[in-house]
Design a protein around this ligand. Structure first.
Ligand code: PEP
Ligand code: MG
Length: 755
């Protein structure tokens, strides 16, 4: 047996890995490595298997001693043979009589003899499995235990090298879409349903939407003088028409945003410093292309360097109009938005703001697939409000799709079909998938909801955008249990004034005249980012300056909102104001103090306002559980926001799909806490309701009724099914189920009972 020279081994390993910096051919590096290791350890065979992230197979990547034709062709599953076992356990194996090992797998076609001495080391990086390094020799008893330590050091180096190489070589290839997803065979990806509706169309990766696809590089772009001026004038005219059309649609769908989203675009198009400057450049001799580019770059530069978020936000506006202008250089005035690429597409996006969702709807995207985000995230909420089908899946394949891939999915089911077969498309056309809009059930809706044994349950509506009021009314909601006042703030490009807020809130209140209406004060921060406000780069935005913390930090803005709510509610009989995310009595003290200041000011000004609205708090944080009694003395009602309550009880980011399995509303701690809240509410004789997503999920409804919930606020489209469901259960049954569930200590036991 040779004595090993480990020092030489480490020097050589270091040299080979250092070579990668100069020569980025990973296969050559790995090949050099196996040859060097075979020599160093006097082995007949040295091989490296790498784990394919997608297929989860170990693939022979380099070898000294086996047939070269086997490279890329020998594939082992994790756990298969000794090599697969090493990857599975991430533990090295040394066996100097391997042919006797029950896990030994003989693969004759690779020229593998009965190599008896066997040593294999896992290549891992942190928690990531990368591959396996294997050495073999014909004779028995060749490898030493010390070899494991030396080879582990080599494997560590290799892991680093491969990781670097992956970034340089493998990842860019991954982005070459067609190498990964064919355009022919159907592929099904499981997603999480987030906003119902069937959507079909070709794929468009949102992040790849660029503004470079410009017509200015064409012949038209080279025009100068009078011809260029005419083309530009025409392009401006068409652009203005398109934007005005979108504005009209927007006014119907999103009255609260009025014309704000596109007002800036129109202003720029008509402004002398923007379009005027382009004409001036052409008059001075510049080509059409150069004049558009120069002016838009100038403004992009100015805005993108602004210290203010609302100014930087304008960069998007400039890119948007430039793109529109360039695309319209060659158009007739009748063209719609199709040329901008979004219409009829299935948009695949990772990061996207609520205001982007609005634009997608306006540009008539057919559906949205989010590769990052959660079902209770606010992008999902706004998609539901705007009836845009949405599914969430972090399957990486989605990022590799192109316009050549057809997609069909049902936002209520979650499955995404890429390149669907005729048969699959037909299934979607079948009755079961013929999605009715919730309003189709309006006639069947009873004005009041009762359990089977006649207990009265109130169904109130969660409203995000005024456009949903129509559905809520049609479906006979008995009030508004939660109006998320931040949505009008989110879909705009500047803070709304007090008057603008009054206008919005008045529309809401007058739609539900003489019925209870509950307005929650601004709940921004976390995943609800105002594009025009610097929220900063918090490491944990959900734990940051969010919700009531945000408003208390900006008392002037908060006071304006409270004033707008009180004034809008001057004539209503049942105005409710609710503070979100209250964590302490002190916070509630401050909020009430501010509300009283606002009332005093309005009184002094002799303005009409609602002097005695009911006051409530959202129960969303575990910190309030032990001070519920004191909080109850200060307010008229508690409203349980389970979306956040679950997030904060369990420390699970509600928007993180990677940990979605931990987001368990049925965790015993959550369910027992819900009971505790309801009991305290009953004891203190205050009103209790629930308004998180849990409230419309059938499996939880018996439990909620069983612990005493009698008022549910939910997205209006769920009202028909929820009413129907409630009418089929008795309070006795609900209480029995709740009592059994409350005795269980494990999530799994409860899940079983609920299924
Ligand atoms: C909740 O947290 O349950 C809730 C209704 O509020 P939001 O989803 O707006 O955070
Ligand atoms: Mg909340």
């Amino acid at each position: 047996m040779n004595k090993r020279n480990y020092l030489t081994l480490f020097r050589n390993t270091g040299e080979i890995t250092a070579l990668l910096a100069h020569n980025n051919d990973i296969s050559i590096m790995i090949q050099q490595m196996v040859e060097m290791l075979a020599e160093q350890f006097s082995a007949n065979v040295c091989s490296i298997y790498l784990l394919n992230d997608d297929s989860q197979e170990l693939i022979l990547n380099a070898t000294f001693g086996l047939k070269k034709s086997a490279i890329g062709n020998v594939k082992l599953n994790i756990g298969e043979g000794l090599v697969g076992l090493v990857m599975q356990t991430c533990e090295p194996i040394i066996d100097n009589h391997a042919s006797k090992n029950p896990h030994f797998q003989y693969i004759p076609e690779i020229g593998e003899e009965a190599f008896d001495s066997f040593i294999a080391i896992p290549i891992v990086r942190g928690a990531d499995k990368i591959g396996v390094l294997v050495l073999q020799r014909l004779e028995i008893n060749h490898f030493l235990n010390e070899d494991i330590i030396a080879l582990e050091a080599v494997a560590t180096q290799l892991a680093g090298m491969i990781e670097t190489a992956k970034v340089i070589l493998i990842e860019p290839q991954k982005n070459t879409p067609m190498t990964f997803v064919t355009t022919k065979e159907m592929l099904t990806i499981k997603g999480q349903p987030a906003s119902p509706g069937v959507a079909s169309g070709t794929a468009l990766i949102y992040e790849q939407l660029t503004f470079t696809d410009s017509k200015t590089d064409s012949v038209i772009g080279q025009l100068t003088g009078l011809e260029a001026i005419k083309k530009l004038e025409n392009a401006i005219k068409i652009s203005v028409e398109q934007i005005e059309t979108m504005q009209k649609t927007l006014e119907q769908k999103l009255p609260e945003a009025t014309n704000l989203i596109f007002a800036a675009h129109l202003m720029m198009l008509r402004d002398s410093s923007f379009s005027g400057a382009m004409f001036k450049l052409i008059e001075d001799g510049a080509s059409l292309q150069d004049s558009i580019k120069e002016i838009s770059n100038k403004f992009i530069h100015i805005f993108s360097n602004s210290p203010h978020a609302y100014m930087r936000e304008k960069t998007d506006d400039i890119q948007d109009i430039t793109w529109r202008l360039e695309n319209n250089l060659d158009s007739n005035s009748n063209k719609n938005t199709k040329q901008f690429g979004i219409q009829d597409k299935i948009i695949i996006a990772s990061t996207i703001y609520p205001s982007d969702v609005v634009k997608l709807v306006l540009e008539k995207a057919n559906g949205l697939i989010l590769t990052d985000g959660g079902v209770t995230s606010h992008v999902s909420i706004i998609a539901r409000s705007l009836n845009l089908p949405l599914v969430i899946s972090n399957d990486q394949t989605l990022k590799n799709l192109t316009h050549k891939h057809n997609i069909i999915f049902d936002g209520a089911g979650g499955d995404i079909y890429i390149n669907p077969t005729e048969q699959t498309i037909e299934t979607f056309n079948d009755e079961i998938y013929n999605t009715f809009s919730a309003e189709d059930f309006a006639d069947q809706m009873q004005p009041k909801t009762f359990t089977k044994d006649g207990t009265r349950i109130l169904l109130h509506a969660n409203i995000n955008l005024l456009g949903e009021l129509k559905t809520a009314k049609a479906l006979k909601a008995e009030g508004i249990g939660l109006y998320r006042t931040e949505f009008p703030f989110l879909v705009r490009s500047t803070f709304p004034t007090e008057e603008e807020q009054i206008e919005t809130y008045s529309k809401l209140i007058s739609a539900f005249e003489n019925q209870p209406v509950c307005l929650r004060t601004l709940d921004v921060g976390g995943d609800k980012v105002l594009a025009y406000y610097d929220h900063g780069d918090d490491a944990n935005p959900e734990l940051g300056l969010r919700s009531i913390r945000f408003t208390l930090k900006h008392p002037t803005m908060f006071a304006k909102q409270l004033s707008a709510i009180l004034r809008a509610g001057a004539k209503t009989t049942d105005l409710n104001i609710m503070f979100p995310m209250i964590s302490s009595i002190d916070e509630l003290d401050k909020s009430i103090e501010l509300l009283n200041d606002v009332k005093a000011k309005l009184k002094k000004q002799n303005v009409d306002f609602c002097e005695n609205p009911k006051l409530g708090i959202m129960i969303e944080l575990p910190s309030v559980l032990s001070i519920l009694d004191s909080l109850a003395e200060m307010v008229d009602f508690f409203c349980i926001g389970t979306n956040d309550f679950v997030q904060y009880m369990l420390a699970v980011d509600r928007g993180n799909e990677k940990i979605a399995e931990y987001y368990c509303p049925h965790h015993p701690a959550v369910l027992r806490a819900l009971k505790q809240i309801v009991e305290q509410g009953q004891k203190s004789n205050i009103d209790i309701s629930i308004c998180g997503e849990m409230a419309h999920q059938m499996k939880y409804i018996p439990f909620l009724l069983g612990i005493g919930i009698r008022k549910i606020s939910l997205d209006p489209q769920h009202m028909p099914t929820v009413q129907q469901f409630i009418s089929n259960i008795t309070i006795d049954e609900a209480e029995n189920q709740a009592n059994i569930i409350l005795t269980k200590n494990r999530i799994t036991e409860i899940a079983k009972l609920l299924s």
